[in-house]
Design a protein around this ligand. Structure first.
Ligand SMILES: [Zn+2]
Length: 587
């Protein structure tokens, strides 16, 4: 057994999340965490909503609400969506907690004490007519990198690059259209080049990583520049230095505060668990492993910048929390597109998680993401392919096997029949299914989920073939042999169900019960309204008890267990849903 930190990307709280978001980080991290727990590891899975930064402030301004009101709304929406997908976070929290502010300020202070934070004079924007500082969000201009004409003073939403206001071509004030003047202003920078040597030495030890991630990271390190970690903005974590703490116009940059969330959420989880030091087992034990899950656009933060922050806080003199572990692996996914187009809320090329779950089961989406998601290449979500995989594979493959084996046993015996003497076909099938635990488990442990579910479904296919070959419905005159075949088939169904549990937890719980099982087979997260540990504000978290449930091993079924006629576990989708959904996209 080992300790495993599953550190999952933080969704930005400026709107509901679409299925492209959750296919990149949410579902894969849950499949991994469920498998690791079943295999006996001590998993801590944490994340939360990312709630600071200019885009939140801009949107709040546009809606006439405070940033706090905006993030309160979307934090709850996102928490409910992730619960609906069955994602087993030990703690899903948010970046506006008192605990997060303290941990961010502690890391800032520790980096500052070790000399890795440098003050620099940069050019900030000022309104010539009023003489006031113009925060980044009030400046717009043409992106110097991609030419997009509505880039903001801190970021281009078209190409995703971070910018400084004075880099914009034809900068203008969003308040009155005037051209801002640029005056000297002081900001803090993280001295990233100071870590280049340590980062390269660390990457040399990461032989299990995907080659493209390593190559990409090494290229970044060759060209590292100090990076701004403060901004002209009122919404965010205050700078914890004398002379800066009380300034209302300067805040810590949102990217710097958000990556620290992995640590602050672990600390919040420990504080809520009754053992405030418990987080150290995942962050300071040299044997603990840490896996970070994200989309490919975030690799730089996890393979270079977050490790730099961890290195700079841990030495030469560790901060008051002590030295912290570096990531074991950065597990990035590629992009999911929608009917051949990039997801876009503004262009309505989107399906939100909530809308999806109103019309379809969570496991149907989890299945599609696992078998056809963007694990290693960009992939396209189409409604016709979603329907085809659901109907041909989930319903006709796995669901049909579950249904016909249980209903035939229920009808003819009313219970799990006893097995007589096993034929070589019987034992060959049982061995093939048992071998799946090593094969599928090995693939899941190496983040090869597409290959893992394909292997599990290949085994399901073997069981279906056995069932057809043995044709128990033709054995009405040989009840003993019929009982043996059904016993073998039900044993195979039970073990296949365990192999599929990390991918299809809702269905797995139902199938467990159809086979006469009681208690928790696949644990589920729950939403709890809690008080902020430091300021008493109430907010919802996702958490759960995941210590119960199935283990990653074959379990013998018990002859004589009562069986009832099953209700179908998966729903067949009508052809009309494809047109209906495409019409929704175009409306
Ligand atoms: Zn751009």
């Amino acid at each position: 057994m080992s300790r495993v930190l599953a550190a999952v990307a933080w969704p930005y709280a400026n709107g509901p999340r679409h299925i492209g978001h959750v296919s990149g980080f949410g579902v894969p991290s849950d499949v991994f965490s469920r498998y690791m727990r079943m295999a006996g590891h001590d998993v801590l899975m944490v994340s939360g909503t990312d709630e600071h930064g200019t885009p939140i402030q801009v949107q709040a301004d546009a809606e006439g609400v405070t940033p706090r009101e905006l993030v309160d709304r979307y934090n709850r929406v996102i928490v409910e969506d992730l619960r609906g997908l069955g994602l087993t976070y030990d703690l899903f929290t948010r970046t506006t907690t008192g605990n997060h502010y303290q941990v961010v300020q502690e890391l800032f202070q520790g980096l500052h004490d070790n000399g890795y934070i440098i003050a620099r004079t940069t050019l900030g924007a000022r309104s010539p007519s009023t003489g006031r500082t113009l925060p980044d969000r009030y400046i717009e201009g043409t992106c110097p990198i991609c030419g997009y004409d509505s880039a903001r003073g801190d970021q281009c939403d078209n190409c995703g690059n971070q910018l400084d206001p004075d880099q914009l071509i034809n900068p203008r004030s969003k308040i009155n259209g005037e051209t801002p003047e640029f005056v000297e202003t002081e900001h803090f920078f993280l001295d990233l080049p100071a870590f280049a040597e340590q980062l390269n030495a660390w990457l040399d030890t990461r032989d299990g990583w995907r080659p493209n991630v390593l190559k990409f990271s090494r290229n970044l390190i060759a060209d590292l520049q100090p990076r701004a970690i403060t901004r002209d903005l009122e919404w965010g974590v205050p700078i914890p230095l004398d002379g800066w703490r009380d300034r209302g116009d300067k805040r810590i940059y949102v990217w710097f505060d958000a990556v620290i969330g992995y640590l602050s959420a672990s600390i919040e989880w420990a504080r809520r668990s009754g053992d405030p030091e418990a987080w150290r087992r995942w962050w300071q034990d040299p044997d603990a492993e840490a896996f970070y899950f994200m989309g490919k656009d975030n690799i730089v933060f996890h393979s270079v910048i977050w490790p730099s922050i961890l290195l700079g806080y841990s030495g030469p003199k560790p901060g008051s929390l002590g030295a912290l572990n570096l990531p074991t692996e950065v597990v990035s996914s590629e992009y999911l597109t929608m009917e051949g187009k990039k997801f876009s809320s503004s262009r309505r090329v989107v399906i939100y998680v909530r809308d999806f779950l109103e019309r379809y089961d969570a496991d149907a989406l989890r299945y599609f993401i696992a078998v056809a998601g963007p694990e290693s290449t960009d992939t396209d979500f189409t409604w016709s392919e979603f329907r085809r995989r659901n109907n041909d594979e989930l319903v006709a493959g796995w669901g049909n096997l579950v249904n016909r084996s249980i209903s035939m046993a229920a009808k003819n015996f009313g219970e799990i029949p006893a097995a007589g003497v096993l034929t070589s076909e019987d034992t060959a099938l049982l061995e093939a299914v048992r071998a799946g635990f090593a094969q599928v488990g090995d693939l899941l442990g190496r983040h090869r989920q597409k290959a893992a579910i394909s292997e599990a479904m290949r085994i399901v296919g073997e069981v279906n073939k056995y069932f057809s070959d043995q044709s128990p419905w033709k054995l009405k005159d040989d009840k003993a042999r019929m009982g043996t075949v059904l016993h073998v088939a039900l044993q195979a169904v039970r073990d296949c169900n365990t192999l599929l549990t990390p991918f299809l937890p809702h269905a797995a719980q139902q199938i467990h019960e159809l086979l006469g099982g009681t208690g928790v087979h696949a644990p589920m997260p729950r939403i709890v309204d809690v008080e902020d540990l430091d300021n008493g504000i109430t907010y919802p978290i996702l958490t759960g008890d995941y210590t119960t449930g199935a283990t990653w091993s074959p379990q013998d079924i018990v002859a004589g267990t009562a069986l009832a006629a099953p209700t179908p576990v998966f729903k067949k989708l009508d052809e009309s849903i494809v047109e209906e959904e495409l019409a929704r996209l175009q409306s």
